[in-house]
Design a protein around this ligand. Structure first.
Ligand code: SAM
Ligand code: SF4
Length: 330
């Protein structure tokens, strides 16, 4: 079996699977406030189709999976899918990204299905700002979800916080303190041009350097963690006092495309070689049209072969992808 290597020598062993484009909140940097255009339900891959795709991908060297969406916990029976995916030969690691709203109710079932690694999306501990960002008043639910995961014994638990300038500056330090008290890593993600309403502009990106300066000023010195996996998107730091760590996904100010090892499967069955890709490969029609595993493998290989060197957010040539974040799978 030849691994999934692109024309720039990057090996792809990491697959992000979106299980739905639906969501129970409406973060402004991802979804429109109203009239969201969801995929027709019959276009969304079934669990059997997702599992088959994962098996084929594992046969091509994929070892790590992440379940995402939309909001994956709105998909009924998610624990069943997780159990099936963990059992796919070759899969060594499975993680979930969720907004946490439904987590308190589902955390035990997901843990029992074998899930251990979880990223919970939380930008602020302030109820008003949470409402402003997500257009829903659900902060308490997310906090309950985080506590449920700690009680049950998930690990590592990470928090994803999207960093938008002129909005979340008051949240950077409180989130880090929240994480330090609980042994949770906060991952600050620079605002990327993936929102549904074309609101992104460069001056609205709160950069990793800005956030590091804030954290060092208010909490204490940080040091980069050595020997980290060079292909991981986050640059991780620990506080020099030994309490807690933070990470930065600095896609805009420090692009990491040259180390990318990820492909994505959208909820409606398209393979993408990049979050920002313009083109994508339809595998739903193969999965539903009687295609062989070899034909599906061939489609995945062709997609990876066509991968570009990287996004061009920092150039005038940049064109935002036709799908917003919720329809791609973050
Ligand atoms: N609903 C789940 C959630 O919110 O975690 C999973 C899907 S969501 C699209 C995945 C991640 O994308 C979120 O955790 C959020 O941090 C991130 N995200 C969404 N829109 C973004 C944007 N425009 N820029 C940067 N990160 C974004
Ligand atoms: Fe939903 Fe996640 Fe998008 Fe927020 S970022 S609207 S929680 S899919």
């Amino acid at each position: 079996m030849t691994p999934l290597i692109d024309n720039f020598g990057r090996t792809h062993d990491n697959l992000r699977i979106s299980v739905t484009d639906r969501c129970n909140i409406r973060c402004f940097y991802c979804m429109p406030e109203e009239n969201v255009k969801f995929e027709a339900r019959e276009h969304v891959l079934t669990f059997e189709e997702i599992e088959r795709f994962a098996r084929v991908a594992a046969g091509l060297g994929v070892r790590k999976l992440r379940i995402t969406g939309g909001e994956p916990l709105v998909r009924k029976g998610l624990a069943t899918l997780i159990e099936k995916l963990i059992a796919v030969p070759g899969i060594e690691d499975l993680a979930l990204t969720t907004n946490g709203v439904l987590l308190a109710a589902q955390a035990q079932e997901l843990y029992d299905a074998g899930l251990r690694r979880i990223n919970i999306h939380l930008d602020t501990l302030d109820r008003q700002r949470f409402l402003k960002i997500t257009r829903r008043d659900q902060l308490d639910k997310v906090l309950e979800g985080i506590e449920a995961c700690r009680r049950i014994g998930y690990g590592p638990i990470k928090i994803n916080a999207v960093a938008v300038r002129n909005l979340v500056e008051p949240d950077i330090v409180p989130l880090a303190l929240f994480g330090r008290e609980r042994g949770i890593e906060i991952r600050y993600i620079e605002f990327m041009p993936l929102d549904a309403q074309g609101l992104w502009e460069r001056p609205r990106v709160l950069t990793a350097d800005d956030m590091i300066a804030m954290l060092e000023r208010e909490i204490g010195p940080l040091e980069e963690i050595p020997d980290r996996d060079p292909r991981a998107p986050a640059t991780d730091y620990r506080f020099k006092d030994g309490i807690g760590r933070v990470g930065f996904i600095a896609s805009v100010s420090r692009p990491f495309c040259l180390n990318c090892n990820r492909i994505r499967l959208t909820a409606d069955g398209h393979v993408r070689y990049c979050l920002f890709a313009i083109e994508e490969t339809d595998v739903r029609s193969l999965l539903r049209g009687g295609a062989s595993d070899d034909a599906i493998a061939g489609a995945i290989r062709a997609c990876v072969r066509g991968k570009w060197i990287g996004h061009e957010i920092n150039s005038t040539r940049f064109v935002p992808p036709p799908r917003p974040m919720y329809a791609i799978g973050g």
